[in-house]
Each structure stands twice: as structure tokens, then as C-alpha cells.
Design a protein around this ligand. Structure first.
Ligand SMILES: Cc1ncc(COP(=O)(O)O)c(C=O)c1O
Length: 491
């Protein structure tokens, strides 16, 4: 015992890292979509496997936008190209279509040693960047340059790399201010905490379909200026967790505001394929900025895309890219240097992005199947978006804006004061208390609104619309019963 105390030293431990000595920014950061409620969901899963009796058969993970984990099947053409890239002997096989082989040959031809096991340039494989630039040119009708395409390990990595450039290296009122929406995807608040930057929170207007109002941007930046140097604005379109799709006029207004305030624009466009509502359309920030002409088309903009979302949902490959335009050439050099320390993103993830950008064209052998699979996924998501919105709105004490895009619903729940009190007694945010009760009683795992931030005094939760339609229908029935009982219990 004495020996142990001696070894533990005056602070009671022999560890270099303790909660007191750990980087405080790490303690500060939170990432709700993998937070305590998910840990509890995993425990319940295990309890069921060990034979525990629960009022439900299994946990339904509606907490994270992980498409394949909830049953979506991979798009065959993507996996064929990946299989060929991974095991090039298959290029001689008759079991693979010629268009998959030509994509694989092109990718392998761009890899050192013709192997996806080699490092690529830090910005990514040149032919893949060419294909992505061609995709963007076709999407927007404005030229995109492969030099502006920087591949990343999922969009997350690309976003963090750009945020790093924007830090000031100073504290107090000289720290970098980054405008982020509220509610927001927690990657942003977590990265801002990790980097000791200052979050400038602008609120989306729930009464106007989670719309983005320029007056609110002005309020947020004016209040933040005494505390930081505003440097950038983040826009998530289509929105996560809020599911809204911005109109072109909205985007133009944000660009004008960014110009006025001299802000770098980070456009998170990972859900660009996920637009469902009638009348909604995806416009990229790049396209709108270019259309706005000379006063605006030289503004600095980074747009992010991912292999994880859309119709492909290949989260585990960690593919993504940023199109970064109008960087000062010296800054560009520094940017490339800063990412070079990471060597390169996985080539397999880059290959997934390549197939998304360069899918089978009309007349190619895989065209019909590819289009069918893509449309099946997107039309199912569209049905589920409608079903989830309508069902939530038919339940007393719940209000849900239309899921216009992305993969989530973010309904508001009107909790009785007694439930709020009970939550406080349990040391939980009221919506976390609600979500934990929902999990324990129905097995449905969602994320409390407090994990994404929300207006004080309002409560929400986020659910994905990813489980298969029949499962969502079943889950919504259980949800309805749970919600009525919860209201009854605390009324
Ligand atoms: C808005 C948004 N941006 C970025 C990401 C990160 O995606 P990934 O790193 O898997 O490409 C996600 C993931 O859910 C997201 O919802």
C-alpha cells in the first residue's frame, strides 16, 4: 500500500494524464450522436443478447445517419469497382461488367504502382480529382478545376482542415469566430471547442421551416464581435438535424452577408442528393456565387461532399472531398502543406467518391441497374420523409417541420412541467430524459435536441429516417403509444 502511494506521488496518481491534466478542450467537446444515450442503447442490446426480458425485441438505432447499418444495401456498381481496385486479378474475370473494369483501370492507372495500397498525393489521386471536377462542372454549369478539389477522410476531415486554416492562434477577443447554425451538426461545435475558437451561434427559424434569416445573422455577429474575430460562416444545406433545403434567394442573401462581413464560406453540402419535398431543389453555393457575378465570384468558399450520404451511404469507406475556390495562392500552398502531414485519405474512400462523380452513363452495361438502385434508395427515403413528418404532426404534443431533405426529422416536443421537474431531479436535460425513457420503454434510440443546441425552453429530438419502411411504420406505432403514456404520466 505504502509502495502504491509512493508510486502515485503527491497528486494521488502516477498517470501523466488525469482529468485535471487532460487538454481542457477535449473535455469541453461533446458529440451527441455517439453520446451517453448510444452507450445505453449498446448496453441494452447486450442485455437482450444475454436473455434479459424487455418490452421490445431489439434496439432500433435511429441516432446516427449510418445508412448501411440500418439495412440499406450497397450500390452494386460501387462495390464492383472497389472489388476490382482491391483485387486487380478480377479484371480478367467475366463476372464483372466492362464499365466497372474501365473505372477500376482508370483509378488504378492513377495510383502509384497501380495499387490502391500506395499513398496518393495529399490532395488525392489526380484522375479522381479530375472526375470530381467534371461532375461539379456538369452539376453547376460553371467550370470546376481539379486543382481546387481536395480529397478528405470523410467530409469531417475536410471540414476540420479548413477550420484549422481559419484559427487565429490567439485567445480572448482575438480568437477566431465561426458562425454556426443552431441547431447544428455537432461536428462543428466539437471542432470549435477542440480548437479554442468561438462559436457564433445563429438560430434557424423553426416557425419558418428552419429558415435562415439574414437579420438573425446580423444579430449573432453583432453580439459576438466584442468576444472574437469573426472569420467564417458555416451553412449546412440540406440541413442536419433540421432537414430544410435552402432556396436560391436564401443562399444569395447569405452570400451577400458573408461579403459584407468579409467571411469565408463553409458550405456543408453532403446531402446534395437527398432532396425530397415538392418544390425544393438543391443549389450549390458555388453555382449561386458564380451566378451572382464579379462582385461575388471571387469570394473564398469551401464546399464539402461525402461518400457517406446521398444514395450510396458508404460511411465506412471514409470518402469525401472539398472544393475550395478563390484561395490566395500563398494560402493554398500552406493549406496543401498542412494536409500533407496527414499523408493522404484512404484510396478506397477516394475510389467511392470517384464512382459517385463518374457513374455509369447511358448505353453502358451497368447504367440501368445503377439508376434503379439509386432511385430505389432515394424514393424510399422520400416516402419515409413524408410518413415521419405526417405521423409526428398527428400526435398530440409534437410539432415537426417537413423533412425536405437530408436524413432526419427534428420534431419539437412540448413536455409537461412535471416531466421537466423530474428530468432536473435526474440531472438530465428534459429532452434527454424523454429520449432515455423512449429508449428504455420502446428500444428506439434517438438523440436529444440538446445535443444539437436549440432555443432555450424548447425541447426536441432527432431521429433518422433510415430504417426500412416497415420498421419505421412499426417504430412510429410504438412511439405514439409511448408518447401518450409519457404525457399521461407527467400531466
Ligand atoms: C452535415 C454533415 N456534415 C458532415 C458529416 C460528416 O460526414 P462524413 O465524415 O462521414 O463524410 C455529416 C455526417 O453525418 C453530416 O451530417
Amino acid at each position: 500500500m505504502q509502495h502504491q502511494i509512493d508510486k502515485m506521488g503527491s497528486h494521488g496518481t502516477d498517470k501523466v494524464l488525469t482529468l485535471e491534466t487532460l487538454n481542457p478542450n477535449v473535455k469541453l467537446m461533446e458529440y451527441a450522436v455517439r453520446g451517453p444515450i448510444v452507450a445505453r442503447a449498446n448496453e441494452i442490446d447486450q442485455e437482450i443478447k444475454n436473455g434479459a426480458q424487455k418490452p421490445f425485441e431489439k434496439v432500433v438505432k435511429a441516432n446516427i445517419g449510418d445508412c448501411h447499418a440500418t439495412g440499406q444495401k450497397p450500390i452494386k456498381f460501387i462495390r464492383q469497382v472497389l472489388a476490382l481496385c482491391t483485387y486487380p486479378d478480377l479484371l480478367d474475370s467475366k463476372d464483372f461488367p466492362e464499365d466497372a473494369k474501365s473505372r477500376a483501370r482508370r483509378i488504378l492507372g492513377g495510383c502509384r504502382g497501380a495499387s490502391i495500397g500506395s499513398y496518393s498525393d495529399s490532395a488525392g489521386v489526380a484522375v479522381i480529382r479530375q472526375d470530381i471536377a467534371a461532375y461539379i462542372t456538369q452539376r453547376d454549369g460553371f467550370p470546376s478545376s481539379p486543382d481546387d478539389i481536395i480529397m478528405s477522410t470523410g467530409a469531417s476531415d475536410g471540414i476540420k482542415s479548413i477550420l484549422t486554416l481559419l484559427l487565429t492562434g490567439k485567445g480572448g477577443k482575438d480568437q477566431a469566430g465561426i458562425m454556426i447554425p443552431v441547431p447544428q451538426y455537432p461536428l462543428y461545435s466539437a471542432a470549435i471547442a477542440e480548437y479554442s475558437a468561438y462559436p457564433i451561434k445563429y438560430y434557424l427559424d423553426e416557425e419558418k421551416h428552419w429558415g435562415l434569416e439574414v437579420d438573425e445573422l446580423r444579430r449573432a455577429i453583432a453580439e459576438a464581435k466584442p468576444h472574437c474575430k469573426p472569420r467564417a460562416i458555416v451553412i449546412i444545406n440540406p440541413g442536419n438535424p433540421t432537414g430544410q433545403v435552402l432556396t436560391k434567394a436564401n443562399i444569395q442573401a447569405v452570400i451577400r452577408f458573408a461579403k459584407e462581413e468579409k467571411l469565408f464560406i463553409l458550405a456543408d453540402e453532403v446531402y446534395q442528393h437527398n432532396v425530397y419535398a415538392q418544390g425544393s431543389e438543391f443549389f450549390s453555393f458555388k453555382k449561386v456565387l458564380m451566378e451572382m457575378g464579379p462582385e461575388y465570384n471571387t469570394m473564398e468558399l469551401a464546399s464539402f461532399m461525402s461518400a457517406s450520404k446521398g444514395f450510396m451511404g458508404e460511411c465506412g469507406y471514409r470518402g469525401g472531398y472539398a472544393e475550395v475556390i478563390n484561395l490566395d495562392p500563398e494560402v493554398r500552398t500552406q493549406y496543401l502543406k498542412s494536409i500533407s502531414a496527414k499523408l493522404c485519405p484512404p484510396i478506397s474512400g477516394q475510389a467511392v467518391m470517384d464512382v459517385v462523380a463518374n457513374p455509369p452513363g447511358q448505353g453502358e452495361p451497368s447504367y440501368e441497374l445503377f439508376i434503379k438502385e439509386k432511385e430505389d434508395v432515394l424514393s424510399q427515403l422520400k416516402k419515409k420523409a413524408r410518413l415521419v413528418t405526417d405521423t409526428f404532426n398527428s400526435i398530440e404534443g409534437i410539432k415537426c417541420n417537413e423533412v425536405q431533405g437530408a436524413m432526419y426529422a427534428f420534431p419539437q416536443i412540448f413536455l409537461p412541467p412535471k416531466a421537466v421537474e423530474e428530468a432536473k431531479k435526474n440531472n438530465k436535460a428534459p429532452d434527454a430524459f424523454y429520449c432515455f425513457s423512449l429508449l428504455e420503454e420502446t428500444g428506439i434510440c434517438t438523440v436529444p435536441g440538446s445535443g444539437f443546441a436549440q432555443r432555450d425552453g424548447t425541447y426536441h429530438f432527432r431521429t433518422t429516417i433510415l430504417p426500412p419502411l416497415e420498421e419505421i411504420e412499426r417504430v412510429l406505432k410504438h412511439f405514439r403509444t409511448f408518447h401518450h403514456q409519457f404525457l399521461e404520466k407527467y400531466k
